[in-house]
Design a protein. Structure first.
Length: 333
């Protein structure tokens, strides 16, 4: 069953006795468990019939004992086990899962880890529960996810604004949704989210952010690049070195792919680098400004910078010197 169908069913008060929510992406798991918590019981019934426990603090016997109890002043009991992957004896729930109580809704939030599907317990889960696997999305899917989330809230976001958020925040769906909700509140009646809105509301500096640095380096505008890295050096808390270097790696890796596959169509090229077509022109221009040998030299410099901002081999002890060394590497003929 899809995430959307599960959400629809819960909203319509169509419940399953046991939910097993697993996978590497915690966002969807949290959304489902939060909706169960908000929807199954009213506030008065929660005191008697709702239990929220953590895997490391419970065991299968306690869960089964609570699940077998009858609800008080309600039609259901609700038990949510968060961080269920930390339960040492979770397999002990197999017998209950095959014959669950009709009046209890049990949600097992099993994050990050995977169940060995060869076991009898896993087979019981897939056969007798609503088994949902929450998968991480790929980087090139993030702008589309942002657009879909935004439209679902009654807003519209420009493609370039969605792409900027995707590059800046990455594929952390929980963080993305939080930032989008802040945008919705701050923009109020404004329904069309622009690039400037994202820059201003999410705190991406208009003139001195990593995207401006990428653009300057792509154009080989080293004077402007030097001004930006000086700004980064003077504002380290707002511009963490690890984030800056990771963004530069992602950018130049895309430029290198464009350089090596220049014969592809624009559509195929955009798909290959996982970027919105809006930004393809910039990557193609950067690819023209560097030779293959220069690109390999830059990638080596980024690897060195990555180690240094993480505290390995940085004798001068500050990120400013790392940025300057990297800039010099980009300037090599």
């Amino acid at each position: 069953m899809t995430f959307e169908q599960i959400i629809k069913d819960i909203s319509n008060k169509k419940y399953h006795p046991v939910y097993f929510l697993t996978g590497e992406e915690p966002y969807y798991i949290d959304q489902i468990s939060d909706l169960l918590e908000a929807n199954v019981l009213d506030e008065a019934a929660k005191s008697f019939n709702q239990m929220i426990v953590y895997g490391k603090d419970t065991d299968f016997k306690a869960i089964v004992d609570d699940a077998r109890q009858y609800p008080m002043f309600s039609t259901h009991r609700l038990i949510i086990v968060k961080e269920a992957q930390d339960m040492k004896d979770i397999q002990g729930l197999e017998k209950y899962i095959t014959h669950p109580a009709e009046t209890t809704i049990l949600a097992l939030c099993y994050k990050y880890k995977k169940i060995d599907k060869r076991t009898a317990f896993a087979k019981a889960l897939t056969a007798h529960t609503l088994y949902f696997e929450s998968k991480k999305i790929y980087d090139n899917q993030v702008p589309g996810w942002i657009s879909s989330y935004t439209s679902g809230k009654g807003f519209k976001i420009n493609p370039e604004a969605a792409a900027l958020m995707a590059d800046y925040i990455g594929a952390d769906l929980s963080k993305l949704s939080n930032e989008l909700e802040k945008l919705f509140i701050n923009l109020d009646q404004q329904k069309n989210i622009t690039l400037e809105d994202v820059r201003e509301q999410i705190g991406i500096s208009k003139n001195f952010d990593v995207f401006e640095l990428q653009s300057a380096l792509g154009l080989r505008d080293f004077k402007r690049a030097a001004l930006i890295i000086q700004y980064f050096s003077n504002n380290p808390s707002a511009n963490p070195g690890v984030m800056i270097v990771a963004s530069l790696y992602a950018y130049f890796n895309k430029v290198l792919i464009v350089k090596m596959h220049s014969k592809l169509s624009d559509a195929d090229l955009a798909k290959a680098i996982g970027a919105h077509p809006f930004f393809l022109k910039e990557y193609k221009e950067a690819a023209r400004n560097y030779t293959v040998d220069q690109m390999y030299h830059i990638m080596q410099a980024i690897k060195k910078a990555d180690m240094q901002v993480k505290g390995i081999g940085n004798r001068r002890g500050n990120d400013g010197s790392v940025y300057r060394d990297f800039l010099i590497a980009c300037m090599q003929p």
